[in-house]
Design a protein around this ligand. Structure first.
Ligand code: PLP
Ligand code: MN
Length: 333
């Protein structure tokens, strides 16, 4: 099948670029040093390539992702890096022999983990992102409580998400070091051997965590591209020019097929004016006029929420469609 035969909008992954990204990351963080985050692609076919590259443990954001990974035979060591209160679906996976570890940051989430049949937890520590995680000084007593409740505590996690897009690499390293100091202090109180943290923005500067939870590196987005990371944008939303005026053209990719939370998408050789529900208006930098029907690859600024809008990823090599991958970790049910 050819790319031009696809209905638009369609999500494309350029195989050679994906390969480059996966191999570059696996060389920097081999084996267990990387616990790829699947929320960025929500696709077990892609996770299988990461597994084949030697990464046996994965990070998940939702129960649905954990279940889909287990169903795909990738349930050797799944970390749900989020607090959840109804853990019964996770407990069933544990019963079936999958290894599922869940993040906890309160007495309530510890109680919930035990009640649903989860046996292993990590203590989630707040290292500066105003989101989940206990105060570093509270981690030790939460670990004691978890052990008293019958859970095994594998260690700590602390996601420095507020530092991912710090533009200067030196500054990012410095601030990551300060955040990880808090995580290491918590780790000393908690015990266990996991110190899980990091993402695509900090994978190269976070030398304190035992494992890095990066996910976006596989597909990459414009926000991360601007940091000068050694990964390239593999993901685009294919659209067709549906209308042309003397000053601008319109492609049939809008905010319902592309996330705008990190800003406007980009189009090579063009200036993007704005996006609406089903449209992106752009003009070419050299003033040439696109023709109605032209195929355009629109590069999203943020991959994770873009992928979550689609059912299918098309793996392509230039104009050839190689494979059709279901985005099978989508949704919550
Ligand atoms: N870990 C957690 C808990 C996250 O929420 C995220 C992304 O938001 C990541 C790691 C890293 O992901 P990325 O590689 O996309 O920065
Ligand atoms: Mn993201």
């Amino acid at each position: 099948m050819l790319v031009e035969e696809l209905q638009t909008p369609a999500l494309l992954v350029e195989r050679a670029v994906l390969r480059h990204n996966l191999d570059t990351m696996s060389a920097a963080l081999p084996g267990l040093r990387l616990r790829p985050h699947v929320k960025a692609h929500k696709c077990t076919s892609l996770a299988r390539l990461q597994h084949a590259n030697g990464h046996r443990g994965f990070t998940c954001a939702t129960i649905r992702e954990v279940e889909a990974m287990a169903a795909a035979g990738l349930g050797e060591d799944l970390l749900l890096a989020n607090e959840v209160l109804d853990t019964r679906r996770l407990g069933r996976l544990v019963q079936d022999g999958h290894r599922v570890t869940v993040a906890v940051d309160s007495a309530e989430t510890i109680e919930a983990a035990a009640a649903g049949g989860v046996r292993e937890v990590v203590i989630d520590v707040n290292v500066g992102l105003p989101r989940c995680g206990c105060a570093p000084a509270a981690a030790g007593s939460l670990a004691d409580l978890a052990r008293k409740t019958g859970l095994s505590v594998r260690g700590v996690m602390g996601y420095e998400g507020h530092l991912m897009l710090v533009q200067s690499q030196d500054e990012r390293r410095e601030q990551t070091g300060q955040a990880m100091e808090q995580l290491l202090a918590a780790s000393a109180d908690v015990g266990g051997d996991l110190i899980s943290a990091g993402g695509t923005g900090t994978y190269a500067v976070n030398t304190w965590a035992t494992e890095i939870q990066a996910g976006s590196y596989a597909l990459m987005d414009t926000a991360y591209q601007k940091l000068g990371q050694p990964f390239q944008q593999a993901l685009s939303v294919l659209g067709r020019v549906i209308s042309v005026s003397p000053e601008w053209a319109v492609v049939d990719v809008g905010l319902k097929s592309l996330s705008l939370d990190h800003g406007l998408p980009s189009i090579e050789g063009a200036k993007v004016w704005f996006c609406s529900d089903e449209h992106t208006t752009f003009s070419t930098e050299d003033g040439t006029r696109p023709a109605v029907g032209d195929l355009i690859r629109v590069l999203p600024a943020h991959v994770d929420p873009t992928v979550a809008l689609h059912d299918t990823l098309y793996l392509v090599d230039g104009e050839q469609v190689l494979e059709r991958w279901p985005v099978d970790m989508r949704g919550w049910q």
